[in-house]
Design a protein around this ligand. Structure first.
Ligand code: PMP
Length: 402
């Protein structure tokens, strides 16, 4: 056994009793390689991060250039840093005119925290609303938005001013009132098993928020950056949020998040008190350079246009194994399994066969697929062959496929 495998449980804090113990030592394109040189197709992009796969030349070049030029400076609100400006301009060009101001942070959870603070400060109200089965992050504010007490109970007291509505249930919007500061929604619910919002739900939600003065926050931390076939998932809908959250794929593999809103709303961060949100690393120049290269590649290559065909290929290949009722949109797909035990077994079987998949936090009877956007047709066919055989139980066939 390698030194790394032996020390993994001793030196590093563990988050589950049975870790996968997968040990990649190198990655390129859509593939990981272990220390024996065995290759594994990455179908989760760690998670929904590596939109361009691993070590994309344009991203590597941008990181090399920026790290030779200037690696770090005070990042928030005082210094003029061109990597931040170029990235902010590029991102804002993709958005509705009302979203015209960016605050860069380190992660998705920090973007959520920023949005909570912004909503409190701008509206002067304190009630927050989120959806049942939403996932918005692991920091205590973000954890407070979670309805699932299995994950939050041990960390109480959390924020007590949070109420929940059912995703896609228009009748529940009655719970939004003039006391509501903000409503947090994922346009495609992630950990609930990749469930897209319905158009009528998001439209009614927008109307209710406008009528009550609550800020509408779209968490596109997982669904943004082209994952659904449009640069932002909310572009599939005719609805614009007051605050948009991004992270994961935004950094092109480096840590970067953002909360995006209007200049008017953001102005509250610099007044009474000043320094309304500060960060040591959020918007680090190297991360911004990696992000800009990634955003440019997604927007200027043909990646977005190809996503619907790739989704269709996953669906048609899997249907050959009788696998239907796949949820999600674009390259964010949830594949039904029989039980959590079955999901775990399939993930392990796929891993042995050279394919990285995953399960979801709340939806136990599904497999998660969130590959790099530049996955090829042949790679999708290989992936579906392995998943199809693993799911339908022909384990021997799976091992010979690898
Ligand atoms: N929101 C959503 C929808 C997410 O999927 C995640 C991460 N899984 C987060 C927030 C939190 O992001 P991070 O892990 O970067 O804090």
């Amino acid at each position: 056994m390698s030194w790394e495998r032996t020390m993994f449980k001793k030196y590093l804090a563990q988050t589950s009793p049975e870790p996968m113990m997968f040990e990649p030592v190198r990655a390129e394109g859509c593939w990981f390689y272990d220390r024996n040189g065995k290759k594994y197709l990455d179908l989760i992009s760690g998670i929904s991060v590596s939109a361009l796969g691993h070590c994309h030349p344009a991203v590597v070049m941008a990181v090399q250039h920026q790290s030779r030029t200037m690696m770090h400076a005070m990042v928030y609100g005082e210094f003029i840093l061109s990597p931040q400006l170029l990235l902010a301009r590029k991102i804002l060009e993709t958005l509705d005119a009302g979203l015209d101001n960016v605050y860069f942070v380190n992660s998705g959870s920090e973007a959520v925290e920023g949005a909570i603070k912004l909503a409190y400060k701008y509206t002067g109200k304190r009630e927050l609303i989120s959806c049942y089965n939403a996932y918005h992050g692991s920091s205590t504010g973000a954890l407070s938005l979670m309805s699932d007490t299995y994950y939050s109970e041990g960390y109480k007291p959390l924020l007590s001013n949070v109420n929940h509505i059912h995703f896609n249930k228009v009748a529940d919007l009655e719970k939004i009132s003039t006391s509501t500061a903000a409503v947090f929604v994922e346009p495609i619910q992630g950990e609930a098993g990749y469930l897209p919002a319905e158009q009528k739900f998001l439209r009614a939600l927008r109307e209710k928020c406008t009528a009550t003065g609550a800020l509408l926050v779209f968490d596109e931390i997982q669904s943004g950056m082209g994952r659904t076939g449009k640069f932002w998932a909310h572009h599939h809908y005719d609805v614009v949020p007051d605050i948009l959250l991004s992270a994961k794929g935004l950094g092109g593999g480096l840590p970067l998040g953002a909360f995006i809103s209007s200049q008017k709303i953001m102005a509250t961060l610099s007044d009474q008190p000043i320094l309304g949100h500060i960060t040591t690393f959020g918007g680090n120049p190297v991360c911004c350079a990696a992000s800009l290269a990634t955003v440019q590649e997604i927007l200027e290559g043909c990646l977005l246009d190809a996503v619907p065909d790739k989704e269709q290929l996953f669906r048609s290949q899997l249907s050959k194994f009788g696998i239907e009722r796949i949820t999600g949109k674009g390259l964010m797909l949830g594949i039904p399994t029989r039980s959590f035990e079955h999901s775990k077994k399939v993930v392990q079987t796929c891993l042995n066969a050279g394919l990285i998949t995953d399960w979801f936090l709340y939806e136990t009877n599904k497999l998660r697929i969130s590959p790099p956007l530049n996955i090829s047709k042949d790679e999708i066919i290989f992936a579906c062959e392995v998943i199809g055989n693993a799911l339908t139980g022909d384990i021997d066939k799976v091992f010979t496929t690898a």
